[in-house]
Design a protein around this ligand. Structure first.
Ligand SMILES: [Zn+2]
Length: 415
């Protein structure tokens, strides 16, 4: 089929006025002005009209299973206070609460233009059931901690690998997520690094999210350090450098690693991340919820780090007035534009598409409209001029007009 639109934003190539995308099966075969494609191919034409056609968004960090906690946890004073609140909120939840919540989150992402999501799974037993119920492409990262349970890292990892091996799906993949430096032991980080390299898996992990975590590792002091110490954590891995340096020491930086947040950097950390080709995922609304200091986008970008965008969970997204927040990559793009005046709309679009694709090892396959990529395409209402299209795209709010994933309509036009 041929999709025709007022504007096509391929992301990896300049915008096209009265553009079209030619698709066969699950792949894009050509992206060009409509008049050229119509001459070359005698195919069924879907004229989507006054829209921007662009690649489906790549959400590089999410916790779908917390989606129904939207608006339940007011912004805390400190990060450790928040850990207390979410732990309390989770105790009342059953297996079916998590499953329902996961599916609500997936639906919110779908209707707001995400087509691929890197999700952290606190409840991996849900996956066979929920995976089948969504058209999204899911990278499911199994959360591993072990500090409070005091289980040996080897056993935690073995259990995660067994679960990953038991899951096979044509569209979705399962991989590993050691939760964060403070909630894991160095041995788990080292074992994860070796295992992931052996299996060619991505690893997703929270790092340097809070000031307390930074202080814990850099100085072996502060409220998080003391609180975890009181709860039996062996804190002998603290006091040897920043959280990023801690990961470097445990060999968990690399081209296959998605480092989530990275809000607090020591001197040399940006270079260390860049040298190891580690990807950084920024979550603007979660960042705003915790009132972290300004995200060091320019410092990381100047060092050469690939930066992408994620929604994080709705347990760390502020309510606006009485409205409960929803998972929405456009809301993340708008939030980034609001908090970082130096970043262009074109760059924000790259963060939400091609950069996320690169982080997930799918460069050229998702996040751009190009020959050979999966036909993951979304449409947004737009009747302006071509030069205004990127700025209009990042300011879009509400539902999208249509979504195609792997050549199949996930949201058909006119739905
Ligand atoms: Zn997270």
């Amino acid at each position: 089929m041929i999709l025709r639109a007022r504007i096509v934003l391929p992301i990896s190539a300049p915008p096209i006025e009265d553009g079209a995308v030619f698709i066969t099966g699950n792949r894009i075969r050509a992206v060009a002005p409509f008049r050229d494609l119509r001459r070359l191919y005698n195919e069924k034409i879907h004229n989507l009209g006054e829209v921007i056609l662009m690649p489906g968004l790549v959400n590089a960090h999410c916790h779908l299973d917390y989606s129904d906690m939207a608006g339940e946890l007011p912004p805390p004073k400190t990060f450790t206070d928040w850990i207390g609140s979410i732990t309390a909120a989770k105790t009342g939840w059953s297996y079916s609460d998590y499953a329902r919540s996961w599916l609500h989150g997936a639906h919110q992402l779908l209707k707001t233009g995400t087509t691929t999501v890197a999700d952290i799974e606190a409840m991996p037993d849900l996956l066979p059931e929920v995976w089948d119920a969504t058209p999204l492409r899911i990278f499911s990262f199994f959360e591993m901690t072990g500090i409070l349970s005091r289980r040996p890292p080897k056993e935690i990892l073995r259990e995660a690998i067994e679960k990953i091996d038991s899951l096979k799906h044509p569209r979705h993949r399962a991989m590993l997520s050691p939760h964060a430096p403070y909630s894991t032991l160095p041995e788990l980080l080292k074992l994860t690094a070796t295992t992931a390299r052996k299996h060619n898996w991505r690893v997703s992990t929270h790092i340097a999210e809070s000031e307390q975590e930074f202080e814990m590792f850099k100085n072996a002091s502060g409220s998080m350090h003391d609180w975890l110490g009181r709860n039996g954590r062996n804190n002998s891995d603290c006091g040897h450098g920043s959280p990023v340096a801690h990961f470097a020491r445990n060999k968990l930086l690399g081209e296959n690693v998605l480092a989530i947040h990275v809000n607090y950097l020591a001197r040399g950390d940006a270079t260390l991340l860049a040298k190891n080709k580690t990807h950084v995922v920024h979550c603007p609304r979660s960042h705003d919820y915790f009132k972290h200091k300004k995200f060091e986008r320019e410092r990381l970008a100047n060092a050469g780090v690939n930066i992408c965008l994620g929604t994080d969970s709705l347990a760390t997204t502020r309510k606006i007035g009485k409205t409960k927040p929803e998972l929405d990559m456009f809301a993340e793009m708008r939030s980034l534009a609001e908090h970082d005046k130096a970043v262009s709309p074109e760059e924000i679009l790259r963060l939400a598409t091609v950069n996320g694709a690169r982080a997930l090892g799918l460069a050229g396959k998702i996040g751009e409209l190009t020959k050979g990529a999966f036909a993951d395409v979304i449409a947004l209402p737009f009747n302006g001029k071509i030069a205004a299209a990127p700025a209009a795209a990042i300011q879009h709010s509400g539902r999208i007009t249509a979504s195609l994933i792997g050549g199949q309509w996930a949201i058909p036009p006119g739905y």
